[in-house]
Write a protein that binds this ligand. Structure first.
Ligand SMILES: [Cu+2]
Length: 375
């Protein structure tokens, strides 16, 4: 693998400094967004927050705010930092940007996503057990809401939620040591956290064991969340978030990497591997409410670390692994025969009707002693 053993600086091209100050934001979006509840860590009345959000959304359609429209929020499963070969500790300086963007869930269906780094799931962060992370959360100035980050890899209040909370146009920095290994979710944890996570604000941090991980031919990164919108799945136009549907836990989309069938030939393209290669998959379920039953159709998880608990012995030859909201899984696969492998949530209505599908195409010669068709 030629990928670098470093986390990229997770700041992309969008220029945060559009001259829109926090003061203006407060004047226009309503100071309720920052009322004592948030920063004091007590529960903010949801009604008050919802009101301020409506104000903010209203402003978003005017000239003051410009939540940008982007072509894609689906994270590229291959776009992750490479294996850590280093056997000493280091300090990482990592910036996570909160970005609100409008994008399509499927063709013709627009939705206002909330993301880290403009992608769902957010950028995969990779460190070694014992490393220190200086983490800056930057809330872009053209966003409409307050955001933060709660890392399950952190010993500390709220996983850093309070320490990273800030309104649009501001950033905050915290530092933590990654003391225990595994794959862990990070997610937004403001009072309406379910709404923010459903809209895309979650990702995965991998803390490699201090001795490292074995080489594989490919590593892929996926995240699952469910989306609740106010129109039928597939109905063209702009969909708004449906809070009641979320409370009832009845999503109209369940997606892997943010969009319906994002990583398939129907949308951004399937992944390609060669016969006899190996792959390791890092999987995070954002939820906020729905457990993934992660299964590779036409294959099996040769090794499965439930909950991403990489220091445990893996289970072998697991068909379907539950990955609950707020957790992760690490899986390894072999590809002994050619053909498509469909990665699904095996609660299959979510595949047939709601979008939970990704595809790995295996290229190579048939191996009829293992599988033969048309006999
Ligand atoms: Cu948020």
């Amino acid at each position: 693998m030629d990928r670098q053993d470093e986390n990229k600086v997770m700041k992309k091209d969008l220029d945060a400094n559009d001259g829109y100050s926090r003061k203006k934001f407060l004047e226009n979006a309503g100071a309720a967004l920052l009322s004592g509840g948030f920063l004091a860590g007590t529960a903010l009345p949801f009604a008050a927050n919802a009101k301020s959000r409506e104000t903010a959304s209203g402003a978003a359609s005017g000239s003051m705010f410009s939540v940008p429209e982007v072509k894609r929020v689906a994270a590229d499963p291959r776009d992750i930092p490479g294996l850590i070969k280093r056997r000493t500790s280091k300090t990482h300086e990592i910036t996570l940007e909160s970005r609100e963007v409008v994008a399509e869930i499927e063709d013709g269906v627009k939705f206002t996503y909330m993301t880290y780094g403009g992608q769902v799931p957010g950028p995969m962060i990779r460190v070694r057990q014992g490393d220190t992370v200086k983490l800056t959360h930057k809330n872009l100035s053209n966003n409409t809401m307050i955001h933060n980050v709660d890392f399950h890899a952190v010993y500390g209040p709220g996983g850093g939620a309070e320490a990273t909370m800030c309104p649009p146009g501001q950033s905050r920095t915290m530092q933590f040591q990654a003391t225990y290994p595994g794959a862990f979710i990070y997610h937004c944890a403001v009072p309406r956290l379910d709404y923010h996570i459903s809209s895309g604000m979650y990702g995965l941090i991998l803390v490699e064991p201090s001795e490292g991980l074995p080489d594989v031919d490919h590593e892929f990164y996926f995240g699952q969340n469910e989306i609740y919108t106010n129109k039928k799945a597939g109905q063209k136009g702009k969909h708004k978030f449906d809070t009641q549907a979320m409370k009832d836990e009845i999503p109209n989309y369940v997606v892997i990497n943010g969009e319906k069938q994002a990583i398939t030939d129907n949308r951004h393209g399937a992944l390609m591997v060669k016969r006899d290669e190996t792959a390791r998959i890092y999987f995070v379920t954002g939820g906020p409410n729905v457990t993934s039953n992660f299964h590779p159709i036409g294959n099996v998880w040769t090794k499965s670390w439930r909950e991403g608990a990489i220091n445990s012995n893996p289970e072998r030859f697991v068909q379907t692994c539950a990955v609950p909201p707020g957790s992760c899984g690490i899986f390894e696969m072999d590809f002994p025969v050619p053909g498509p492998i469909k990665l699904v949530d095996h609660a299959l209505s979510r595949v047939a009707h709601k979008g939970a599908l990704a595809v790995i195409n295996v290229e190579g010669k048939e191996r009829p002693e293992i599988f033969a068709a048309n006999l």
